[in-house]
Design a protein around this ligand. Structure first.
Ligand SMILES: Cc1cc2nc3c(=O)[nH]c(=O)nc-3n(C[C@H](O)[C@H](O)[C@H](O)COP(=O)(O)OP(=O)(O)OC[C@H]3O[C@@H](n4cnc5c(N)ncnc54)[C@H](O)[C@@H]3O)c2cc1C
Length: 242
């Protein structure tokens, strides 16, 4: 078994354990769906009621469709003080929940647990005005969108790997010059090719704190590369979606 298969197997095992754990725990809220906003043919924003839920940018929620004993995690896309919760979801072709959520009626109540997770900006790093490099594939951009909108003073750059240009979701929300999109299947982005290729060609900033989010193969490859570039492990934080 290669390194990437090992990470995926580990992720799937954790998923099963987590689903069992979440289904036993108290659901903290029933949030109504307020809107479903299509960004591309397959990616949409699911907007749900926030109620009195508080979270730290980078955290995720666990959603259950009532009557179904299946839970899925989704990072929060909206900023901490928004009056609603936005989740950026990609409809997975062979998936279950990502497809079902997209076609639910506005007003449907979802079971929402959370917030969970430690993939957040550490306060001591914020106060020392560190530079942050956010690296994401696909909807892995979600926690970074929330972190950036929630912290207007942040000193950062975003590197986003997608297949097509129209997957540069809400790129206008990032200040000019802070967002680079790498498109692997067509020209027209800032770089044509995979983000790992972009990063390797360009090199890395040694004084930055690296946050990486998305599929396990990318997270793994970038982590190994950063370590080779002598970025200290304590300045590399990761979140694997699948
Ligand atoms: C902490 C955490 C946060 C997450 N946040 C988000 C988020 O903000 N947005 C989001 O869209 N997803 C997110 N995910 C993934 C999400 O939980 C589901 O796995 C995803 O929506 C697929 O669920 P499904 O029931 O449709 O498919 P499943 O039946 O669970 O999976 C079908 C197959 O699709 C693969 N898969 C899962 N996600 C993707 C994907 N994006 N692209 C291609 N293949 C995939 C799975 O590995 C599996 O092989 C997150 C996962 C974790 C662990």
């Amino acid at each position: 078994m290669n390194q990437n298969q090992l990470v995926t197997t580990r992720t799937n095992k954790m998923r099963h354990k987590k689903t069992a754990y979440f289904s036993k725990m108290k659901k903290i809220a029933h949030g109504k769906i307020l809107d479903i906003i299509n960004l591309t043919e397959s990616t949409y924003i699911l907007r749900v009621e926030k109620g009195d839920l508080e979270f730290k940018a980078g955290q995720y929620l666990v959603l259950n469709i009532p009557g179904e004993n299946v839970a899925r995690e989704y990072s929060i896309y909206s900023q901490e003080d928004a009056p609603y919760l936005d989740l950026l979801i990609k409809e997975v072709t062979d998936g279950k929940i990502s497809k079902e959520l997209k076609y639910l009626k506005i007003g449907t109540k979802l079971e929402i647990s959370g917030p969970f997770g430690f993939f957040v900006l550490r306060d001591n790093r914020l106060s020392t005005k560190n530079h942050f490099t956010f690296i994401a594939t696909g909807t892995g951009i979600s926690p970074f969108h929330s972190m950036i909108l929630s912290n207007p003073e942040l000193n950062f750059e975003v590197i986003h790997g997608v297949k097509y240009q129209n997957e540069a979701y809400d790129s206008a929300n990032y200040p000019a010059g802070s967002y680079t999109v790498c498109t692997s299947r067509e020209a027209g982005g800032d770089f044509q090719g995979r983000l790992t290729e972009y990063l390797k060609n360009r090199g890395v900033r040694k004084d930055s704190v690296y946050y990486i989010c998305g599929n396990s193969a990318m997270v793994n490859e970038v982590t190994i590369f950063l370590e080779k570039m002598e970025i200290s492990p304590e300045n590399i934080r990761t979140e694997v979606f699948f």
